[in-house]
Design a protein around this ligand. Structure first.
Ligand code: FES
Length: 172
């Protein structure tokens, strides 16, 4: 089950972000530490919340628009909360020629969302990936840290069901 974050938990994340900004700050070239700070922010919050971007802008004295430009340029960064399970479908050449576009299409139909979106229950985020370095296993789909090799559209339902089932089964 997804549990709400406690106020204490959220406060400690902001404190950790502030500490990281202080440790990595380069007063002469604040832009130099920006990517690292954005990575840290996404690691702490799971995405880049707007208040955090405003806070970073103030702390590093960089215009918010510039930070937003960097955050939207790199596909790694997300401005919206990600689901508990991030599904990446590789659309690199080796995977694409072996049918990964059809796998993506089947996932979109199964989950009722498009790429870069998250299901309403907050469980799944669907994203497109470029070569993930496992071309010999093409087509490849990754769910968090689980790699699904030689994936095909007929297995999509089964994989999604496995993660949905984990949410209802009591954990020991
Ligand atoms: S193209 Fe998909 S892993 Fe390389």
């Amino acid at each position: 089950m997804i549990t709400p974050q406690s106020c204490q938990d959220i406060r400690s994340r902001w404190e950790e972000l502030d500490s990281f900004i202080e440790e990595t700050r380069d007063h002469e070239h604040p832009q130099g530490s920006l990517i690292g700070v954005l990575h840290k922010t996404q690691e702490l919050f799971g995405y880049l919340p707007q208040p955090a971007l405003n806070h970073i802008a103030q702390s590093l004295k960089i215009p918010t628009a510039e930070i937003y430009g960097v955050a939207t340029f790199y596909s790694y960064f997300s401005l919206v909360p990600k689901g508990k399970y991030c599904i990446s479908v590789c659309l690199g050449t080796a995977c694409y020629v072996r049918g990964s576009a059809t796998i993506l299409q089947t996932l979109q139909e199964e989950l009722g969302i498009s790429a870069k979106q998250t299901t309403e229950d907050g469980l799944f985020t669907l994203q497109e990936a470029r070569c993930v370095g496992a071309c010999g296993l093409a087509p490849v789909m990754i769910v968090n840290n689980d790699v699904y090799a030689q994936m095909n559209p007929n297995r999509v339902s089964e994989v999604i069901h496995k993660y949905r089932a984990q949410e209802v089964e009591p954990t020991s």
